[in-house]
Design a protein around this ligand. Structure first.
Ligand code: MG
Length: 250
């Protein structure tokens, strides 16, 4: 994976004031999503491959990427975490048959030396709020998103397409990690990471309204999960709302 194009200058180092919420939803019996929130790293993961496998894959990714970034809080450290987690998820099922085929999406937001960085694989998403407008930063690694990019499907048709949950890349799919890296807009005032349990149920317009209505990240996260549950809660739903702030230097 190559580093993203350098972002525009941001004044000084940043930290993240972030809150996370995760809910099993109204239909599933297990929550296979995972998340992590620190002042420099936020993660969301959506495990795939059946109850046991999904939970193991998402928690493995969260743990190993968190540890790799703690040891080396740079773009390189984050990418190393993705590689280590991918190998661990691929190799574990050899001894545990019920875990065969497990995989996980992983969306990371990190505060590194030169600003904010996002690394993503799968169909969990990162959004940014810029001047009150909600913008999706990440591409979905999904069959329908590729069809939209190729002009074979409209965005509206993709939202209800029967194959909209088919992901084309995830940790645990193959030896090569096909994650992508992005720099958010330096003028972004708020970031959102979420699994598809949110975006399946709640439109981008509603998400924007909620993020703008609540100053506190925890209150915004509560309201996002509540909206997904009100709309049906058909999947596990996990959100991280993170406000970048300058680190006080004296
Ligand atoms: Mg999901």
């Amino acid at each position: 994976m190559s580093a993203p194009e350098p972002g525009r200058e941001r004044p000084g180092p940043l930290r993240l004031r972030a809150a996370s919420r995760s809910d099993v939803g109204k239909v599933r019996t297990h929550n296979e999503d995972g998340f992590l929130v620190t002042s420099t790293l936020c993660l969301v993961a959506d495990g795939l491959g059946g109850h046991a496998g999904g939970e193991v894959a998402s928690s493995t990714a969260i743990e190993l990427v968190g540890a790799a970034f703690t040891a080396d809080p740079t773009f390189k450290g984050l990418v190393r975490g993705y590689d280590v987690a991918n190998t661990a998820i691929l190799e574990r099922p050899a001894s545990e048959l019920h875990l065969v085929g497990m995989a996980t999406t992983l969306c990371a937001l990190a505060a590194v030396e030169d600003g904010l960085l996002i690394v993503n694989v799968g169909d969990s998403r990162a959004y940014e709020l810029v001047g009150g407008e909600l913008i999706q930063v990440t591409h979905d690694d999904s069959v329908v998103h590729q069809a939209v990019l190729a002009g074979r499907l409209t965005a509206e048709a993709a939202r209800v397409h029967p194959q909209r949950n088919l992901v084309t890349a995830a940790l645990g799919f193959s030896r090569e990690v096909s994650a992508r890296a992005y720099h958010p807009d330096p003028d972004a005032t708020r970031m959102l990471l979420c699994t598809d349990g949110l975006t399946e149920e709640v439109s981008d317009a509603q998400i924007a309204e909620i993020l703008l209505a609540h100053v506190d990240p925890g209150a915004a996260a509560d309201a996002l999960v509540a909206a997904a549950l009100d709309a049906g809660g058909s999947d596990n739903v996990t959100v991280v709302v993170a406000d970048p702030e300058p680190v006080e230097t004296t």
